[in-house]
Design a protein around this ligand. Sequence first.
Ligand SMILES: C[S@@+](CC[C@H](N)C(=O)[O-])C[C@H]1O[C@@H](n2cnc3c(N)ncnc32)[C@H](O)[C@@H]1O
Length: 201
Amino acid sequence: MRTGSDLGVRLYAVYLRHDNPKYNTVAKLIRLGLVAEVKKPRRGSIVLDPLSPFPVSGPDRRILETNGLCVIDGSWRKVSRILGRIPGVKRRLPLLLAANPVNYGKPFLLSSAEALAAALYITGFRDEAARILSVFKWGHAFIELNRKLLEEYAGKTQKEIIEAECSILRDNIGLTVDECSAGSLLAVYKRVLESYEEKGR
Ligand SMILES: C[S@@+](CC[C@H](N)C(=O)[O-])C[C@H]1O[C@@H](n2cnc3c(N)ncnc32)[C@H](O)[C@@H]1O
């Protein structure tokens, strides 16, 4: 079996063990040797944090190649408080929809496996993204559901990705041109996260 280190990108997880390991996506990826568990992110690695103002973008590929990619796996109720204290090159993902059975169709907040796969896809590691998703029964649905969006973001700069997200949100939730910026997108995503925290997912 291929391991995290021969996927082409080193994948890491800070695994906080907040939920049932039977249903946890990172627990499975660690078990299969596709992701290495770490106590804190490796120096210089990209850390996936939904509250970063900066989206993962094409030029991040070089950082992934040299320093790897890290996910912080915990309960959505607790993880936002913890994320702020974790060091690293923080990146959020652009707008995508979850395809896992718990949150199917819901925007922005993805399972750890989906988040890793999305970052890999956007930075041009499509085979690696497919490999990560292939170990879940529902994994293929993530790319199918998000193919158009992923293609729109893949290889683009942060500025281009923010523009793409703004036009999607303008069409779907009526965000106005004046409002649309990295900061206003972050405010939208913060509200999404707060609603998850309230519902206790
Ligand atoms: C909060 S944990 C929940 C994991 C879930 N229990 C599971 O089994 O996969 C999900 C992690 O994936 C990453 N993630 C998910 N959605 C993201 C987004 N929109 N932007 C950046 N990172 C995201 C973050 O590291 C986040 O802490």
